[in-house]
Design a binder for this molecule. Sequence first.
Ligand SMILES: Nc1ncnc2c1ncn2[C@@H]1O[C@H](COP(=O)(O)OP(=O)(O)OP(=O)(O)O)[C@@H](O)[C@H]1O
Ligand SMILES: [Mg+2]
Length: 150
Amino acid sequence: MNEHLLEIRNLGKVMPAATNQAPVPVLRGISLDVARGEFVAIVGPSGSGKSTLLYCMSGLEPPTEGTVRMLGKDLAALDRRAQARLRRDHVGFIFQSYNLIPSLTAAENVALPARLARRKTDRARVDSALSAVGMSGQARQKPGTLSGGQ
Ligand SMILES: Nc1ncnc2c1ncn2[C@@H]1O[C@H](COP(=O)(O)OP(=O)(O)OP(=O)(O)O)[C@@H](O)[C@H]1O
Ligand SMILES: [Mg+2]
């Protein structure tokens, strides 16, 4: 397969206006292809729209303009469930504010997408993911007892 993982064309996002405020244009005319195996870093000053771009390219926020194709599928043509399935199966997302589930341990948080997909949890894979980021010793701790970086 040589299709692009992501094909973004002329993406634009204007945040709706708050009361008595003008709408906020955040993204304009962004086109980007990401190929299989490619590493891409999006860099820019605080407030320049990096998080908004990531939300739009994963379907978490609808763009105001342009198209996003993930694995060849136009996100706008998929309903929310289909979009969520695509993300669950193919996207790893670390939010700026983490969004970990506080009642689950670190290992259970790592395994959550597989659980939502009703797949058998591969304990060795969870352990190796935690170990890759130096967190073997914290597998059974809940997010509230972890450091910011952990
Ligand atoms: N819901 C919203 N309504 C209005 N404006 C918003 C909203 N969310 C973000 N913005 C504005 O959009 C711009 C881009 O925000 P965004 O969070 O994408 O920036 P960022 O590049 O991720 O910044 P940082 O490096 O600080 O994380 C900012 O000016 C922000 O104030
Ligand atoms: Mg951000």
